[in-house]
Design a protein around this ligand. Structure first.
Ligand code: ACO
Length: 325
């Protein structure tokens, strides 16, 4: 018995921040950001807004599309590093806001790879027979962890949440396989100390540079391309699928050049790659489920298609899931 995504959903903060908005208070330009990253706009949390509520909205939308109620779920697994509380977990906050109770709910911390990790955990538990209906969420708000005076990182991140409902199913559709990797020795390529203070763009609160996201962009870029290519090839090989038969890659939206380079190394044409980084920036664990939800909505994924999800992020962590839609 395997698992299949039967519905997806997404939700975003209310405020869109364009590159031009950033130009007004930062030494940057729309041209630099677009050329180097592909980002044109991102949504950022404002003070008083709650990421847990946004994640709950995305979850409700996925549940509605699945024709299910929160009470039908057996578990909630959330990929996030942005919980507003050290504990309870983000998953427990979403559980209560959805009106579910008793079912296991827990977070998976793998930064930008959070959704790919959470999906793999959900699929394995379902194959083991532990759960039959699982809500998997990816939600992050890394804009609240940046130093808004550091143009090298502040322009990259946006906030949001995406969700998927998985059900146990026999047959050959659903998650064909997943592969997860981590390399702690590269932890300092992208890191952020445990957040005491969270700042939003509109609040007076500013994170101390020492407590903000730190990133070694160019090193990370190279590892991200190589690792996402390798893990995608390996997961396909294990599933007995030829890479050229993949219909759509829905990868982590960190940088348009990373996404294109991975596709090129895999020998896939650009039309087999889904890109929405221009409108959302890097939403960390939310990026894959937001992109998946949009790809489905736009009719880019049809029944029977082979879909590759892949991601790389802080840890370093990386991984891929191969799905037969
Ligand atoms: N606006 C204008 N100029 C800028 C900006 C900015 N926002 N940021 C950096 N610059 C300048 C730098 O100061 C530097 O100027 P200098 O040569 O005078 O010193 C110049 O642009 C080039 O800087 P680099 O850091 O070398 O630029 P690069 O082409 O490597 O692009 C980037 C930087 C976009 C961060 C890229 O390295 C990248 O995307 N790396 C991957 C990191 C990533 O996506 N991390 C997120 C999560 S991890 C993951 O998901 C894989």
């Amino acid at each position: 018995m395997g698992s299949r995504i039967v519905a997806t959903g997404r939700a975003l903060p209310r405020t869109a921040v364009s590159n031009q908005d950033l130009e007004r208070f930062m030494d940057t330009s729309d041209e630099w950001i677009r050329t180097r990253t592909g980002i044109g706009c991102r949504y950022t949390l404002r003070s008083g807004e709650s990421l847990a509520e946004i994640a709950t909205q995305a979850s409700r939308s996925a549940l509605e599309r699945a024709g299910m109620k929160a009470g039908d779920l057996d578990a909630i697994i959330v990929g996030t590093v942005s919980s507003e509380y050290t504990f309870p977990s983000f998953a427990c906050q979403i559980q209560t806001q959805l009106g579910a109770d008793f079912i296991p709910a827990f977070d998976v911390a793998a930064a930008c790879s959070g959704f790919v990790y959470a999906l793999s955990v959900a699929d394995s538990s379902m194959r083991a027979g532990d759960f039959r209906r699982v809500l998997v969420v990816g939600a992050d708000a890394l804009s609240t962890f940046v130093d808004w005076t550091d143009r090298r990182t502040a322009v990259l991140f946006g906030d949001g949440a995406g969700a998927a409902v998985l059900v146990s199913e026999p047959g050959n559709r659903g998650v064909l396989g997943s592969l997860l990797r981590a390399s702690g020795k590269h932890w300092d390529l992208l890191s952020c100390r445990a957040p005491g203070v969270r700042g939003t763009l509109d609040s007076e609160v500013r994170r101390d540079a020492d407590d903000a996201i730190k990133m070694k962009g160019p090193e990370l870029f190279k590892i991200a391309v190589k690792s996402m290519e390798e893990v995608s090839r390996q997961v396909a090989e294990r599933a007995g699928v030829k890479i050229e038969d993949v219909n759509l890659v829905v990868g982590h939206q960190a940088n348009r050049r990373i996404i294109s380079a991975v596709a090129e190394r895999l020998g896939l044409p650009q039309e087999k790659v889904f890109i929405n980084i221009d409108r959302y920036g890097n939403t960390s664990a939310a990026s894959v489920p937001i992109a998946l939800d949009e790809a489905v909505e736009q009719g880019r994924i049809r029944e029977g298609d082979l879909v590759m999800l892949n991601a790389c992020g802080g840890g370093l962590t990386w991984g891929a899931n191969l799905l037969r839609w």
